[in-house]
Every structure is written in C-alpha cells, then in structure tokens.
Design a protein around this ligand. Structure first.
Ligand SMILES: *Cc1c(COP(=O)(O)O)cnc(C)c1O
Length: 444
C-alpha cells in the first residue's frame, strides 16, 4: 500500500490537477485485457461469475489522498465518508485505516461503520427520520454529532438524551434554498426539498434548541445535493452558513463546528467537461471559510468511491434492433439502479476490445423498459459471452442493488495489488426463496 497517497502534504493546495489526476483509477488494459490493479477482469469473472462489482484499493487510497490534499490548508478537518455511497464492510475498513470518519443516515449504517473500525468520535448522524431507538444507539456509542433536520426531531433527541443522563452534540442542517443544478432526484437544498430547516427560520430553531436540556448545540450543517459539477451553488450555500454562524454567535450560541456536507461530482462521461477537482473545491472552501473559527466537517461519498469500482458483466446475447443492436447483458437495473433511477450515464467498455466500435443499446434481462443502461451508445463491438464493464460504479451501485425479478444480490470483490477477495458473496437463489415463509393455512 502506498502510504504517501494518504499523507497530508501541506502547502500543495494550489497544485493543478489534470484530467489524468482526477480520473485516475486502476482499471487499465494490459495486453488487450482490462485489469484492475494487477488482476485480470477475466480471472474474477471466471471464479466469481457475473455480474459482480469490483473495487480497487489503490483507487480508494488515491481518492482519499486527493480529497485530503485539497483540504490541506484547513486545520484538522473531519472527513466523514458518506456510508450510503458504499457500505461494504471491506471498503469501510479500508477507509477507516486511512483515517476517515463516517456520515451515517440510519442505525444500520451506524452499526456497520463501528463494526468496520470507524471510531464513534468521527461519526456524524444525518437523515430526516432518525428514530428514538437509533438516537439511543448513537448516544450509547458516543458519536461526534447529530445533524438535526427539524424541531420535532430536536425535541425527541433531547428527551432520549435526558432519559440517559446525556447531552447530545448537535448541529442543525439548514436548507439554504440553493439550486444545486444537479438531477432533481439528488438535489436536496431547495426550499421545497424535505431536508433541513428553513434558512429564514434558523435563528428561531436554534433558540428553541438551546432551551432543550438534552442538547448541546455545537454546529451548523448543510448538504445541497449530489454529483455537483459546478462549485457556485456550493459556494452560495457555504456563504449562507458563514453568515448564519455569525448571527448565531451574536445571539449567544457557542458554534464550534461547520459541516459542509458532500456532493462533489465525479467524471462519468469522458466527453463531458470535468467536474471541479477536490483541489478546486478545497481552494474555494479555504477562501470562503476564512475566519470562521470552527472545525470544518465534510461528508464526501461519491468522490471517494465512485471511480474505485466497476460493475463487471457478461453479454448474454446480441439481438437485432430497429436502429441499433440490443446488447443484452447479465447485469440489470436491480444490480445498478442509477441509469433507471436518475438517467445516469456510465461508460461501458469491453474487457477485451477488438478495436471496432458500433452504436448499441445496452439492456439487462429484467422485464422493464427502464432496465436500459444506454441507447445508441458508441461503444466497443461485443458478442455473446464477452465481458464488459460499467465504469464509475463504486458509488450508489451495489448498495442500491435489490432482488427484483428474483435475481440474486450482486456479489462484490475487493482488489489490492495482485490479491483479491470476495467481500460479499453471491447468495444462492435458494436462500432468497427460503427467506419467505408460507403460512400453514396456505400450505394446507
Ligand atoms: C448522500 C449524502 C452525502 C454524500 O453525498 P455525495 O454526493 O456522495 O458526496 C453527504 N451528506 C449527506 C447528508 C448525504 O445525504
């Protein structure tokens, strides 16, 4: 493992990042076959079967290093990986070893993060629907911060904490009413979205929270959406956070933390301009937060794991279409939901391309028109039995997988140099069936 990638290098915040830096992953062709680090994709497909998610440790390390380097001008920032982007235990344990904390949105994610070795004092709990049980668990573990999203939630947390003789460290997630300019289903910072408390009413909400005996009001939080390809909305939101911190302090609140959320985009489509780099992002944050005198927190998800994973799939058959051939692959919308959910674009590459290209429609076997990965896509020519990969599938990939059409959950593999391991096995279909129960009165 190259520890240099995760070591902080002070003073290099302004180093220019090229496309190569930002897109750098470890999925490269060696002798005409795609490898992940030193392992041929063909070896994984043969031994594990397809479809399968494949993650690269070197790429994870690389992206943690680049993100950290972008923030190198800041004093002791807390980088809390957004677990929902990729909750695999092996991925979390890798990130824990690199010193990351966790941003969790459920009791399950909290337990996963702790089980993977992420210290509770680096964990922040986000989400609009935390239950009393989840709050209790988080308080018992002693997490760093709760990001509250409503006044009723503040009241409930205060009661739970008081009943345990504790004070819960909290921030309010404010809704800055900023348009993130991203897909509607992953925008979270407009006033009509369900997230956070309205910016205009924040002072009242904070005043009410201060009077609650079970809370220790320590910070402000914001997260306006995901896959942002422009820094301007982030900057607009952070400026509002800065103004609010000043107002809150003037009103007597002891604000010590500012959680700036996640949301930085990653390159999916090589023909599109690059999203802002972590260095650009870090420079903007450093400029905007000058003089805030608060510990800054970040919740990156996609930018850490997106490029570190691919979905490896096999072509079942190719059938003629009206305009372009349909390439029917053994991965489907249940394995990788992003295209059907958000019209997301994933680069599709043959594992062993022969150099020819053709416009193709790439679809899965599920009985839904939405089970379509690409239409009329210029891509490598492939035939039945060939392997292909959906690139940049490490974030919001396996974690959103389901069993629709009675398809087994997608397995996951983690590669490290020339080593690899199955980090989640493909459950046998019998296990799926055995999970159901037929009551007596039906069985007769
Ligand atoms: C999903 C989420 C994130 C991570 O978003 P990315 O776009 O993956 O960086 C961070 N914070 C909160 C509150 C989230 O819901």
């Amino acid at each position: 493992m190259t520890s240099s990638t995760c070591r902080r290098k002070a003073g290099r915040n302004n180093s220019p990042y090229s496309r190569k830096d930002q897109t750098l992953d470890h999925f490269d062709y060696v002798d005409g076959t795609m490898h992940v680090e030193q392992v041929p994709m063909t070896e994984i497909a043969q031994q594990v079967g397809t479809p399968v998610y494949v993650y690269s440790t070197a790429t994870l390390e690389r992206h943690v290093g680049v993100f950290r380097e972008g923030l190198s001008q800041l004093d002791n920032p807390l980088i809390a990986f957004a677990v929902k982007a990729n909750p695999n235990a092996a991925v979390l344990a890798t990130l824990a070893k690199l010193g990351l904390g966790a941003d969790v949105v459920s009791g399950g994610e909290l337990q996963r993060a702790v089980a993977a070795g992420i210290p509770a004092d680096r964990i922040v709990f986000s989400g609009v629907g935390k239950t009393a049980e989840e709050m209790k668990l988080a308080l018992e573990l002693g997490i760093f911060q709760f990001n509250l999203e409503s006044e009723p939630e503040a009241e409930m947390l205060s009661q739970v904490a008081e009943s345990m003789g504790r004070k819960a460290p909290v921030a309010y997630r404010i809704n800055p009413d900023v348009d993130a300019g991203t897909h509607a289903k992953i925008s979270t910072g407009k006033s009509e979205n369900k997230f956070g408390i309205p910016y205009d009413r924040a002072l009242e909400s904070y005043a009410a929270a201060r009077d609650l005996p079970g809370l220790d009001v320590q910070g402000v939080a914001v997260h306006i959406g995901s896959q942002l390809t422009d820094l301007a909305p982030l900057e607009a939101a952070f400026v509002k956070v800065g103004a609010l911190i000043a107002q809150l302090r003037a009103a007597g609140h002891d604000i010590r933390t500012a959680d700036l959320g996640g949301g930085l985009g990653v390159p999916y489509d090589p023909s599109q301009p690059l999203p802002p780099s972590p260095a650009d992002y870090g420079a903007m944050v450093t400029r905007v937060t000058q003089g805030w005198d608060a510990r800054l927190m970040f919740e990156p998800g996609r930018v850490i794991v997106g490029n570190a994973g691919v979905l490896l799939s096999k072509v079942i058959r190719v059938k003629q279409g009206a305009q372009a051939p349909f390439v029917i692959v053994d991965a489907a919308m249940n394995d990788l939901m992003r295209p059907s959910l958000y019209d997301a674009w994933h680069d599709i590459r043959a594992v062993a391309p022969d150099g020819n290209r053709i416009a193709s429609n790439v679809v899965g076997p599920v009985c839904e028109t939405g089970d379509t990965f690409a239409m009329g896509r210029d891509m490598d020519v492939v035939a039945a039995g060939d392997l292909l990969t959906f690139m940049t599938a490490g974030a919001y990939g396996a974690t959103m997988a389901g069993t629709y059409n009675s398809r087994s959950l997608t397995p996951e593999v983690l590669v490290w140099g020339d080593k690899w391991a199955v980090v989640r096995a493909r459950p046998p279909i019998e296990a799926l069936i055995a999970g159901d129960h037929i009551p007596d009165w039906v069985a007769g």
